[in-house]
Design a protein around this ligand. Structure first.
Ligand code: G3P
Length: 219
């Protein structure tokens, strides 16, 4: 399973990358806004900064919602760096745009996916990735991890190449659950990745090892 970090914060991306397990980055317009990144030039500059930090796929989302503008915007993003993946919302025009990008050899991430039917359309259009939102489904009393399971099963059954990114991950248990149902990628906040390391028995065990070493070495 690949690990992406879901943020536009350069310090957090750097910290996650230093763990040496990071495979890519996903962003969205809300995450860019959170960092105060505005204006076409600054947005593009920011994507390039991210690409310089991480050697892996970096999803950059289009703002346009009509076909022609999505194509224009997506092509401009794609030429920024070979690792850019054009992130496109799962709407009618978006599915058409994904098909276009696929034919052109441009990588895509179909986002805002909340159902198996949407994931099917994304795969049929040739999306490189599909991003079902686990946390946002859980927020409305619907099992987000179960959607990941359904999509993984169907993609495997029909041999679709589209990779499933479990998105809208809120905590470490989401990561574990998505791992168990076979997600290809999880994209998560830094806190959830770092949370995987936490175990009280590791901390107390290490403290004992160090204390015993110190005792016999008269330190
Ligand atoms: O990148 C999309 C997704 O991960 C959003 O997460 O926490 O805003 O639902 P969240």
């Amino acid at each position: 399973m690949k690990f992406f970090i879901d943020t536009a914060n350069l310090a957090q991306i750097k910290e996650a990358n230093e763990l040496s397990i990071l495979d890519g980055v996903t962003t969205n317009p809300s995450l860019m806004a959170k960092e105060g990144i505005k204006g076409d030039k600054n947005v593009k500059r920011h994507y390039l900064e991210i690409c310089k930090l991480v050697d892996g796929d970096v999803s950059a989302e289009v703002i346009a919602t009509d076909y022609e503008s999505m194509i224009h915007e997506g092509e401009e993003l794609a030429i920024l760096h070979p690792n850019i993946v054009v992130k496109v919302p799962c709407i009618k025009e978006g599915i058409r745009a994904i098909k276009y990008f696929t034919k052109k050899g441009i990588k895509t991430n179909c986002t805002l996916v909340f159902s198996l039917g949407q994931a099917l359309l994304a795969a049929k259009a040739g999306a490189t990735y599909v991003s079902p939102f686990v946390g946002r489904l859980d927020d409305i009393s619907t099992d987000g991890v179960d959607l990941i399971r359904q999509i993984v099963d169907v993609y495997n059954y029909y041999n679709y190449d589209t990779q499933v990114i479990a998105a809208s991950i809120r905590h470490t248990m989401h990561i574990i659950q998505c791992l168990e149902v076979g997600a290809d990628v999880v994209t998560c906040p830094l806190s959830a990745i770092v949370g995987l390391l936490k175990h009280p028995l590791t901390d107390s065990g290490l403290a004992t090892f160090l204390a015993d070493h110190k005792r016999v070495n008269n330190e």
